[in-house]
Design a protein around this ligand. Structure first.
Ligand code: GDP
Length: 195
């Protein structure tokens, strides 16, 4: 497929540091440990572009990954990590709403949920936040290799029902181990990126 590599990373602690080259942005949100870093690395065929878990502390930066000068993946700090203070959570919320409310480059919000589990209240809030700001949403259900194919429908429908996903919103299963879903998700993402 077309996109293979991501090169430049910008870690922004304030909006003045957000890139200004006007590329389309795809934002990625999900609970800590959902597999978001692994997802990003698999999508761009890099082992260590996004740092994988163990370090949920950094709650205040947006990481912009420039993908072949075509688009940015914007990685937002994972939520739901128990040890984060209320003050930190509020900062996170303000950073997200500032970004969502003002960012014209933002074309798509990806919400990652664990395919094995019922989405949490925070997942529901995240979905609703995208909806509130009229951001098109794509659901990615991670760690699909952990679920038998015969249970896919059941798990998909629990996720759809719990998030109250609107009928037009797409849900893709994904596994970094088998790379299931990678191509389909790229095809979908690229429909949001102008040439
Ligand atoms: P993050 O906190 O959302 O960035 O999560 P990570 O990408 O660090 O992944 C959290 C854990 O889930 C790690 O131990 C990964 O190896 C594991 N993981 C991530 N993706 C998959 C997957 O598709 N399948 C399986 N079985 N494990 C995964």
């Amino acid at each position: 497929d077309k996109i293979q590599h991501a090169d430049i990373t910008i870690s922004a602690v304030s909006p003045s540091q957000y890139p200004d080259d006007g590329l389309t942005e795809i934002v990625l949100a999900g609970r800590s440990n959902v597999g978001k870093s692994t997802f990003i690395n698999t999508m761009v065929n890099r082992k260590k572009l996004a740092r994988t878990s163990g370090k949920p502390g950094k709650t205040r930066t947006l990481n912009f990954f420039n993908i072949e000068n075509e688009l940015f993946f914007v990685d937002v700090p994972g939520y739901g990590y128990a040890k984060v203070s209320n003050a930190e959570q509020n900062k996170w919320g303000r950073m997200m709403t500032d970004y969502f409310a003002t960012r014209e480059e933002l074309a798509l919000g990806i919400l990652l949920v664990d395919f094995r589990h019922e989405p949490t209240d925070l997942d529901i809030q995240m979905y609703d936040l995208y909806k509130y700001y009229d951001i098109p949403v794509l659901i990615v259900a991670t760690k699909a290799d952990k679920i038998k194919k015969s249970k896919y429908n059941k798990h998909s429908s629990i996720i759809r029902k719990t998030l109250e996903i609107e009928p037009g919103d797409k849900l893709f299963t994904f596994s970094s181990m088998t790379r299931e879903g990678r191509k389909e998700i790229w095809d979908e993402i690229l429909t949001y990126v102008g040439d």
